[in-house]
Design a protein around this ligand. Structure first.
Ligand code: NAG
Ligand code: NAG
Length: 137
């Protein structure tokens, strides 16, 4: 793996992991006030650390859905993913267009195809994030 690929991978890891692991990583994307609202709304009381992936609760899934909605990635009314908004976020958290494109083609596009849309927004959100994390090298 060359240096530029490594840099892209780190950025992808940061983005994909942000919602379910590492408080600090999430802080870089979702403001603390929104995180607090999402904890309230979802009743998620756990810590956002590496253990999260091993104890997947309904509360965590709904915290994920709330986070995606606060970020404007998921529409609150119909659970659709706003690709325009997602592209904006990716652009602002990746170092340049090439990195953004790699992230989109290796993570976002496959996951949008693989994860079946569900009316259970909590489940759908968690599946999207879990898929994203599984694609990070
Ligand atoms: C998982 O999280 C729930 C809710 O916070 C907690 O009650 C339960 O004990 C945890 N389970 C494990 C195996 O850590
Ligand atoms: C999707 O996001 C874009 C950019 O933030 C916004 O302008 C647009 O209104 C959003 N569309 C919907 C349907 O929410």
């Amino acid at each position: 793996m060359n240096i530029s690929t490594r840099m892209i991978s780190l950025t992808m890891a940061y983005l994909a992991a942000a919602l379910v692991s590492g408080h600090r990583a999430l802080d870089g994307i979702l403001p603390q006030a929104n995180q607090d609202e999402c904890r309230e709304e979802s009743n998620f009381r756990g810590e956002l650390n590496d253990d999260v992936g091993r104890n997947v609760t309904q509360e965590l899934k709904c915290f994920a859905a709330c986070s995606l909605m606060k970020l404007g990635i998921m529409n609150e009314k119909d659970g659709t993913v706003n690709m325009t908004r997602l592209d904006e976020l990716i652009a602002s958290h990746t170092p340049g267009k090439d990195a953004a494109d790699v992230f989109k083609t290796t993570v976002v596009e496959p996951c949008m195809k693989e994860v079946k849309k569900s009316t259970d927004y909590c489940e759908y959100s968690y599946q999207l994030i879990a898929c994203g994390m599984s694609k990070v090298p």
